[in-house]
Design a protein around this ligand. Structure first.
Ligand code: PMV
Length: 362
């Protein structure tokens, strides 16, 4: 499938200035995407929960250009302030997708973006930010050309376009849970875009909690982009991809059955393997913090003594995500406040959410 489309150009400069806005959430992977090839294609399938409270809001404003300049004309405001580093990154991204949206060269663009969580909270904002931007681009296409009327077609393209900005962003397009990456278990899945995946899974997961415990707010020392790159020289890479495919199959089985124990074992295994890959890369590095380990140990002790189905996962950073079903929310939150909060500087009480939302003009 290819979204290259040279016909998506406007033939008049009389288009009224306008804007489109989306709120899009972050997501947390249970089977991790770590290692890529080609144009942002994953080495293995991944599965994620879509979050609710951790989101980005992005507005894309456009006015037609009067001059003949063929470049991308972009102003970028992050949390109300001009941000040159983000502007350069987004400009490069927009340039890279002008084969999909050639009309982008015909406008003066202004993007305003903000996050519901503090920028320096150590939470990856690329999934929420890039998915919000991709949704804005598809809405702009719809407004200009009347294409993408069908919701599924709209989301599929938004997911494809988000993937080109940040791989994990392609999974944020859907409510509750998503799969990205070809695999034998789920026929509709693709390496090119994510698909929604919640109707098939046990309802216990539809209202799962994810409390993000922030042990360290600083920007991580090694970016995800560099991390993916380091998988290329990692001696364990092929075994890791094989393991991820196997765990993916097992996780899908556990999700369908509502098997929390298998879910937890695989989820925690994935978190630790992700960090093990970093430690075993050709240029080894460590993103864990002593309090990450303290939290993991307290959590596992609590689970062993209480028997409660409470588990952790990690993103490419030191901040644990604590996962538990809604049925034990009271006990779990009491435990987190009582025993884990001393190890963190902040936390976000999040849960599985309903996916992106188009915002009215503001
Ligand atoms: O989307 P990227 O390139 O920022 O990579 C994200 C990778 C992980 O967050 C570590 C795992 C995942 O699948 O989301």
């Amino acid at each position: 499938m290819d979204y290259t489309n040279s016909r998506l150009v406007i033939e008049t400069t009389k288009i009224e200035p306008g804007s489109v806005s989306w709120r899009s959430p972050s997501n947390i992977a249970l089977i991790k995407y770590w290692g890529k090839h080609g144009r942002q294609l994953p080495q293995n399938p991944s599965f994620s929960f879509t979050l609710d409270q951790a989101f980005s809001e992005t507005t894309l404003e456009y006015t037609t250009k009067t001059g003949a300049d063929q470049g991308i004309a972009l102003e970028f405001l992050f949390e109300g302030k001009e941000n040159d580093a983000f502007r350069e990154k987004v400009k490069k991204y927009l340039e890279s997708i002008t084969d999909i949206f050639p009309f982008l060269r015909q406008f003066n663009l202004k993007i305003r973006s903000s996050n519901s969580f503090p920028h320096s909270a150590g939470i990856a904002s690329s999934a929420s930010g890039m998915s919000a931007l991709a949704l804005c681009l598809c809405s702009l296409e719809y407004e200009l050309f009347g294409t993408l009327e069908d919701d599924l077609a709209f989301r599929k393209k938004a997911s494809y376009v988000a993937r080109l900005g940040s791989g994990s962003a392609c999974r944020s397009i859907y409510a509750k849970a998503a799969i990205w990456g070809d695999n034998p278990e789920v026929e509709a899945a693709s390496d090119l875009y994510a698909i929604p995946y919640w109707e098939e899974i046990d309802p216990v997961f539809h209202s799962f909690h994810d409390d993000i415990l922030i042990v360290n707010k600083s920007e991580k020392k090694v970016s995800s982009r560099a991390g993916h790159g380091l998988m290329e020289g990692n001696v364990y890479a092929e075994d890791r991809y094989r393991q991820a495919r196997q765990r993916f199959r097992q996780l899908i089985g556990a999700l369908k059955k509502g098997d929390l124990e298998t879910f937890g074992r695989i989820t925690e295994g994935e978190a630790l393997t992700l960090h093990a890959m970093m430690m075993a890369s050709p240029t080894p590095y460590l993103l864990l913090h002593p309090n990450t380990i303290n939290i993991i140990q307290r959590l596992q002790d609590y689970r062993a003594t209480s028997g409660q189905p409470i588990y952790f996962t990690l993103d490419a950073g030191p901040n644990p995500h604590i996962l538990y079903p809604d049925s034990i929310a009271r006990e779990a939150q009491q435990f987190i406040r009582g025993e884990l909060s001393e190890f963190c500087v902040d936390w976000i009480e999040d849960q599985v959410g309903e996916g992106p939302l188009q915002l009215e003009e503001n």
